[in-house]
Structures are given as structure tokens and as C-alpha cells.
Write a protein that binds this ligand. Structure first.
Ligand code: FAD
Length: 307
């Protein structure tokens, strides 16, 4: 039986592995379906991780994590975990061809931003199209940007971007927002935000250097063009929580309305011995440093509860 199974090898999982093995837990296995590194490995640049002054590609940045986090005995199995279930005092992890028992499990499978399905969105993703204002907002300092979406995240990110960009166009297909009234009020009162409502986006366009703008259609089928170098799409997140589902579709631990796993300040879920860290958990800040902090917190708790 494994003492600690960590599922997902992004910043949360790697940090959990480092802390658990260095803290004396003997048999710690990191299950990662691909190469360890996580979502940030697909980013062209990261420049907001304290202590790493040099701007690096996500892949290069995670390279040192991979070397350091496996130094104290953490092992990696390249496996996709299909399901986690409780069995007496332990857990059973299912893969395509085997079952693995573990005393404790830390789930760090992350989440994926939903795409809006707009023409040009995929083509320019990472070259002007982004799903993260905290990550990429700074690239548009004193420039105009567009935000697509009408929920809480879209509005909060639009407000965040007003601290950096010269102007933020908030584009939404309806004429009202599905967000907290106080946030809607703040958006409406912010002089840097211009609302473009009840429109359908036709296309994100650009050239080899990146995005040049967006075309949208109003209710009367009139097409307009907005020239902006940055477009932030916030149409929801898909939390990678399927492995925590029972056969009947219910979850083995508590999740919130968005499907994010509920945890306490020690990253403990409602099920004893099961922890959730990083982008999969409720109220995650969806940043590398926060995911890494969660991983460390969970492993420290696993160590403390083993005494
Ligand atoms: C393009 C881009 C740019 C970003 N830029 C920044 C930035 O500049 N600064 C910043 O701080 N953050 C940035 N982020 C956000 C940051 O990457 C995430 O917040 C962080 O990676 C979350 O870490 P995590 O460990 O929770 O999950 P992830 O990094 O998403 O890792 C989850 C891992 O779990 C694995 N996995 C999933 N399901 C299974 C399964 N069933 N079995 C086995 N393995 C599984 C996945 O393969 C993945 O490797 C960026 C994200 C993206 C996509």
C-alpha cells in the first residue's frame, strides 16, 4: 500500500511531493498522465513567481521543479487515474489496467478554462488571446483590451485589468450580467470600462505577430470592428473532478456549485485522508504560487496526522 498518492503533477502536486518526501513520508507516488509540469508548462512566459527574476517560458520554469521535487524520494508513475474510491481506512485508485491502494490521497488535477468557440480563438491562444488577467494582463500595460463574458469572473477580471490597461471593453452576448450585483455596480461605475452588450462575436483576427482585434455583430446584424491587441475570454472553467465521482454521478467528497472541491485551511476535503490542492479546489486563485502553497500545506497536514 502506498502511504501517499498524489494525483496530478502540476505545481500543486510537485510541491506536495517535495514536502511529503522531505518531511519523512516513505512511499509517495505522483501519478501524472503526461510529463510533470502542469498547465503552466504550456505558457510562453512566466514572470510573477517571486524569487525567479528572469522571465522564463513555462516549460523552462518547471524544469527546475522537476529536478528538485524528485530529489527526496518522490516517484513518478505515468498513469491516468480514472477513479478514486474509499475502501475502509484507505483509498483505491483505478487506472486502465490496475488498482492501487493508498492511505492518503492528494488530488491536484487542476482545471481547464472553457473556450468560447469563437473563430480565431484557438489560433491566437497565447498570442493575444488569454484566459488569465493576473498572468497576462501586464503585457497590455497602457493598451486597450477586450474582455469576453458576463459572469462574476469576467467582471472581476475586467476590473482587475483596469489597473493595468488604458481601457477595457467588456463584451457580452446579453444585456444583463450573471454576476454579484455589487460587482456589476463597480463595473458600471468604472470609467475605464466600456460595455458592449447584446452582440455576437464573429471573429478574432490578427497576423503573424498576434491579435489585432475582434469583429462583432449587433442585434440588427451590423458588423463592427474593435482594434485591440489583447482579448481575455472568461466563459467558465471545467474543473478536472471526474475521478472523484461515484458510479451514480455523486461525488465522494463535498464540492460547490461550480464543481470545485471544498477544502478547509489545511486542504482537507470532507473525506478523511483525502486532500485537494491548486486549481481544483474552491476559491483557488489559479496561480502557480498559490497551487504550490496548497501542495505544501496538504503534505504538512498528512505528516502531522501520521503521528
Ligand atoms: C497559458 C497559461 C498561462 C499561465 N500563466 C501563469 C502565470 O504567468 N503565472 C501564474 O502564477 N500562473 C499562470 N497560469 C496558471 C497556472 O498554470 C495554474 O494556476 C497552475 O498550474 C495550477 O496548478 P495545479 O497543480 O493546481 O494544476 P495544473 O497545473 O493544471 O496541473 C494538473 C496536472 O494534473 C494532471 N492530471 C489531470 N487529471 C489527471 C488524471 N486523471 N490522472 C493523472 N494526471 C492528471 C494534468 O496532466 C496536469 O499536469 C497560467 C496558466 C495557463 C494555462
Amino acid at each position: 500500500m502506498i502511504d501517499l498518492a498524489i494525483i496530478g503533477g502540476g505545481p500543486a502536486g510537485l510541491s506536495a511531493g517535495l514536502y511529503a518526501t522531505r518531511g519523512g513520508i516513505k512511499n509517495v507516488v505522483l501519478f501524472e498522465k503526461g510529463l510533470p509540469g502542469g498547465a503552466i508548462a504550456s505558457s510562453s512566459e512566466i514572470e510573477n513567481y517571486p524569487g525567479v527574476e528572469e522571465v522564463k517560458s513555462g516549460m523552462e520554469f518547471m524544469d527546475t521543479w522537476n529536478r528538485q521535487c524528485f530529489r527526496f524520494g518522490l516517484t513518478h508513475q505515468m498513469e491516468e487515474i480514472l477513479n478514486v474510491s474509499k475502501k475502509d481506512d484507505s483509498f483505491v485508485l483505478k487506472t486502465y489496467n490496475k488498482e492501487i491502494e493508498a492511505k492518503n490521497v492528494i488530488v491536484c488535477t487542476g482545471s481547464i478554462p472553457k473556450r468560447a468557440g469563437i473563430k480565431g480563438e484557438d489560433k491566437f491562444y497565447g498570442r493575444g488571446v488569454s484566459n488569465c488577467a493576473t498572468c497576462d494582463g501586464f503585457f497590455y500595460k497602457d493598451k486597450e483590451v477586450a474582455v469576453i463574458g458576463g459572469g462574476d469572473t469576467a467582471l472581476e477580471e475586467a476590473l482587475y485589468l483596469t489597473n493595468i490597461a488604458s481601457k477595457v471593453y467588456l463584451i457580452h452576448r446579453r444585456d444583463d450580467f450573471r454576476a454579484a450585483p455589487s460587482t456589476v455596480e463597480k463595473v458600471k461605475n468604472n470609467k475605464k470600462i466600456e460595455l458592449i452588450l447584446s452582440v455576437t462575436i464573429e471573429e478574432i483576427f490578427g497576423d503573424q505577430s498576434g491579435v489585432n482585434g475582434i469583429k462583432y455583430k449587433d442585434k440588427n446584424d451590423n458588423i463592427s470592428t474593435l482594434n485591440v491587441p489583447g482579448i481575455f475570454v472568461f466563459v467558465g472553467m471545467s474543473v478536472n473532478h471526474d475521478i472523484l465521482k461515484n458510479d451514480n454521478g455523486s461525488f465522494i467528497c463535498e464540492v460547490n456549485k461550480k464543481g470545485e472541491v471544498k477544502v478547509d485551511l489545511k486542504m482537507k476535503t470532507s473525506l478523511k485522508g483525502l486532500y485537494a490542492c491548486g486549481d481544483i479546489r474552491e476559491d483557488a486563485s489559479r496561480q502557480v504560487i498559490c497551487a504550490a502553497g496548497d501542495g505544501a500545506t496538504a503534505s504538512i497536514e498528512v505528516i502531522n496526522s501520521s503521528h
